[in-house]
Design a protein around this ligand. Structure first.
Ligand code: SF4
Length: 305
């Protein structure tokens, strides 16, 4: 599932975590934003500009919620019909949590659009059952929040859709995608998010996950990959290099726009210089006055020298 944990990456916290000074944090989605377009990262993470809810994203959230809840049912009850029955209640629950989603189908022709949107969600749920039989597996974790701090002080975090553990202890990381499988030349990009999760689990558990599995519910394809330690070390080098690039952009204030076909879906096109817009001034980060406790601790550190 796509994640939206923007925010903490913007600041450079200096908290302690397990004895390591945390210098920042990164999730796969935000790392992906920076790789796509540094200016997009800035708009989302630094400026925290709101974005319009999209029907495609809402459908993704709905289908993910259904597939997560499906495993609450007793094993034998995990049928297509049962999953489809979850669509209505899960949509109501999402609307309750995010009432602005109701506006997606508020315009003229909204009822027909909503029906088509729901039909596509139904097809995705049905397609899931052509890829695996949920009655034959028991996930170890669903919607698992994971985080770890690298020796460099960079915190990696994110939500994993599903983790399966075989009797042998082998771990499989599963992610559902409501789009279609990427072309071969874009597979590496798709796998980056999965290797990111594998890296976090490797740090947490000391064991390299055996399999990364991306399930594309848009066209019913599955992308599988068996990572090894060399892969995960390379992923770690990549995320640390990315973080360095983000830090440089923070220091210099230079967030370069990078155009691609994704610009057509970018919510910030009107303020993007590539399309004649002007970005807003960078927000001023408030400087916090040191508290008496901070001063005391600084004095102690000086004494320790
Ligand atoms: S329109 Fe394109 S180049 Fe501009 S911020 Fe959005 S993604 Fe980046």
């Amino acid at each position: 599932m796509t994640t939206t944990e923007a925010g903490s990456e913007a600041s450079v916290p200096s908290t302690e975590d397990g004895g390591v000074r945390v210098v920042g944090s990164l999730s796969p989605s935000r790392a992906g934003d920076f790789m796509t377009c540094p200016l997009l990262y800035r708009f989302r993470v630094i400026d925290k500009l709101p974005e319009r809810p999209s029907a495609a994203a809402a459908r993704g959230t709905l289908v993910h919620a259904v597939l997560e809840r499906l495993f609450d049912l007793p094993t034998g009850g995990r049928t297509v019909a049962a999953a489809l029955e979850l669509l209505g209640p899960q949509w109501e629950r999402l609307l309750e949590a995010e009432p602005e989603l109701a506006g997606l189908f508020a315009g003229e022709g909204g009822d027909a659009e909503r029906a088509e949107w729901l039909e596509q969600a139904r097809r995705m749920v049905e397609r899931y059952f052509t890829l695996e039989d949920p009655r034959r597996l028991e996930p170890a974790e669903r919607e698992l929040f994971v985080e770890t701090v690298l020796d460099s002080g960079l915190k990696l975090r994110g939500y994993i859709d599903r983790v399966d553990v075989a009797p042998s202890g082998d771990v499989r990381i599963v992610d559902y995608k409501t789009g279609t499988a990427p072309r071969a030349d874009f597979e590496a990009r798709a796998l980056f998010q999965m290797k990111f999760y594998a890296l976090v689990l490797w740090h947490l558990q000391g064991r390299v996950p055996r399999l990364l599995q991306l399930m594309y519910l848009g066209n019913g394809e599955v992308l599988r990959y068996e990572p090894d330690e060399a892969d995960l070390r390379a992923t770690q080098r990549k995320v640390e290099a990315l973080w360095e690039a983000i830090r440089r952009a923070m220091d210099t204030g230079e967030w370069r726009p990078r155009t691609s076909r994704l610009c057509d879906w970018c919510d910030h096109k009107e303020r993007c210089p590539q399309f004649g817009g002007t970005p807003p001034p960078l927000p001023v980060v408030p400087v916090r006055r040191p508290s008496p406790a901070d001063l005391e601790s600084a004095a102690r550190e000086r004494d320790d020298l």
